[in-house]
Design a protein around this ligand. Structure first.
Ligand code: AMP
Ligand code: ZN
Length: 115
C-alpha cells in the first residue's frame, strides 16, 4: 500500500479510470496515453513496487494475472491479429509508475527489437 501511488488510487476508486476487468486480485484499465489502438494496464491489487519486488508468495497471483490477460485479449478481439505484453522494470526500461503493471498492447503491428 502506498498513499501517493496513482495505481493504488485507481484500485481504491479515488482516481478515475476506465476499468475493463476486475477481480479480487487484479484490475485491468485503459492506459491514459495509449501507444496502440488497444492499450490496457493490468495491475495486481497488492502494491508491488516493481518486477524486482515480486516474492514467491506472489507466484500464483501473477500466474493467474497472465492467464487472465489472454482472456482480456480475446475480449478485445486482438487474439488472432496478435498483441504484445510488456513489463518495464526500473530506469533502463522506462518504468514511470512504481506499482507493478503489465502493458497489453494490440491493434497494430509492432516492431522488434523494441525501442
Ligand atoms: P511505465 O512506463 O511502464 O511505468 O508505464 C506507466 C503507464 O501508466 C504509462 O503508459 C502511462 O500512460 C500510464 N498511466 C499513468 N497514469 C495513468 C492513469 N492515471 N490512468 C491510466 N494510465 C496511466
Ligand atoms: Zn500502488
Amino acid at each position: 500500500m502506498s498513499t501517493d501511488c496513482v495505481f493504488c488510487g485507481i484500485r481504491d476508486k479515488k482516481i478515475p479510470a476506465d476499468i475493463v476487468f476486475e477481480d479480487d486480485q487484479m484490475i485491468a484499465f485503459k492506459d491514459i496515453t495509449p501507444q496502440a489502438p488497444e492499450h490496457l494496464l493490468i495491475i495486481p491489487k497488492k502494491h508491488i513496487r516493481s518486477f524486482n519486488d515480486l516474492s514467491d508468495d506472489d507466484a500464483v497471483m501473477l500466474g493467474k494475472t497472465f492467464v487472465k490477460i489472454k482472456d482480456i485479449a480475446r475480449g478485445l478481439s486482438i487474439s488472432e491479429s496478435g498483441y504484445r505484453i510488456v513489463v518495464n522494470c526500473n530506469g533502463d526500461a522506462g518504468q514511470e509508475v512504481f506499482h507493478l503493471h503489465v502493458h497489453l498492447l494490440g491493434g497494430r503491428k509492432f516492431t522488434w527489437p523494441p525501442g
